[in-house]
Ligand binder design. Structure first.
Ligand code: MRU
Length: 386
């Protein structure tokens, strides 16, 4: 994607091949700072403290974290020759990386790909090469998947545009399912960029997304790439939907379960309820690594991250070019910080994937080799949700 006209990816191996470059997203949209990550512990901190964020980017970052761990262990005493010791340390590192954040399934998915690739390699040198090749492949696949997802989503918006007589299509989105949440293009934003490129007139309502205000990333990113947008405070979504100002809602996902339940940034569920009440179609941009067929019932089983309450009690912003944090509540105020919620499948109109647009009933068959569970079974699951 473009920043001031220059193309960037959110992560890339550095030229020295011994470190990885990321954009420190805590500084955005006020400063674009490239951070160099040299160790797998630094990568764990970058994921946990949200220098990098968004499910697909978390997956790619973890994959490069495994590569960094391989490099580190190969430098240890006996590391380059004792394969058993190397494997033991690597497995521990992969478990630590896997625990950096709990909700986005892309993290586990990427680690599992790395586990298979490194186990299949015999020597330490081969394991390093396998880890690097796998991390690169995960990053490249992500770029290709987002682009394909964007093409399918643009078809959806073309239909919306046609049905409203060719006037501007108003899309509402929550959080940042943008280029910054992936390696390139984004998921929701891939749809928007592709639709804009096809000449579909667009305007995007961008939810602020407290407490971390990822809406500021989305709005900045859209503006950098020429897509008209307006920020809304989180509570305004229902109002604009009631007044016919939203033609479609499109959100991302951190993990979508086998029954189609969608974990995404806290507040997504409320937008889905308002969309249903106002007959606004509600779409989920879902690249296949964010689909978790091992979880039958999203509402009951997807782990929801709880972050430090200080994120709710304070707010970050810029004054005179300096980033500052100010306190919003009285000293001693207690806060809860649920980072994600689950939107039941019954509120989702369709899932925009790299393979096409599907209903909850079609998802499993479309994204895995397995046949989807019978619709009757799904109804039973949904009944459990209520
Ligand atoms: O806590 P974050 O900022 O990592 O949460 C990000 C989201 O909820 C995104 O919507 C989701 O990861 C999809 S990104 C393509």
């Amino acid at each position: 994607m473009l920043i001031d006209g220059t193309h960037y990816r959110t992560i890339r191996p550095a030229d020295d091949a011994e470190s990885v470059e990321i954009i420190d997203q805590r500084r955005l949209p006020f400063a674009v700072e490239i951070e160099r990550i040299r160790t797998y512990h630094e990568m764990i901190a970058a994921i946990h403290d949200m220098h990098v964020r968004g499910a697909p980017l978390i997956g790619a970052s973890a994959a490069y974290g495994v590569y960094l761990a391989c490099l580190e262990f190969s430098r240890d005493e006996r590391g380059a020759t004792d394969t058993a010791l190397f494997d033991q340390k690597l497995e521990r590192a992969m478990q630590e990386l896997d625990a950096a954040r709990p909700t986005a399934v892309n993290l586990r998915w990427a680690i599992e790909r790395q586990r298979t690739a490194t186990a299949a390699a015999r020597t330490v040198a081969d394991k390093i090469n396998a880890a690097r090749a796998t991390a690169d492949a995960i990053a490249e696949d992500d770029v290709a998947m987002c682009a394909a997802l964007g093409r399918h989503g643009a078809e959806v918006l073309a239909t919306v545009c046609e049905s409203n007589g060719g006037r501007v299509v108003n899309v509402l989105t929550h959080c940042n399912a943008g280029w910054l949440a992936t390696v390139d293009h984004g998921t929701v934003t891939a749809v928007l960029y592709e639709a804009a490129a096809r000449g579909i007139p667009l305007h995007v309502w961008v939810d602020e997304t407290r407490p971390r205000n990822q809406g500021s990333l989305t709005s900045w990113e859209l503006s950098q790439n020429g897509v008209e947008n307006t920020v809304l405070c989180d509570n305004a979504g229902g109002h604009v939907m009631q007044h016919g100002m939203v033609d479609a809602v499109i959100v991302g996902t951190d993990r979508t379960a086998r029954n189609g339940d969608v974990a995404n940034k806290i507040g997504t569920y409320l937008k889905a309820l308002a969309a249903r009440d106002n007959d606004v179609p509600f779409y989920v941009a879902l690249p296949s690594p964010s689909f978790d067929p091992r979880i039958e019932n999203g509402l009951k089983e997807i782990p929801i991250e709880q972050r430090d309450p200080s994120e709710v009690l304070t707010i970050r912003g810029a004054r005179d070019g300096r980033i500052e944090t100010v306190t919003l509540f009285a000293p001693g105020t207690r806060a809860a910080n649920y980072a994600f919620d689950v939107t039941p499948a019954r509120l989702v109109t369709g899932y925009i994937t790299e393979k096409g647009v599907f209903t909850a009933e079609e998802l499993e068959h479309a994204l895995t080799d397995r046949p989807s569970a019978k619709i009757g079974d799904r109804r039973d699951m949904r009944r459990n949700d209520q």
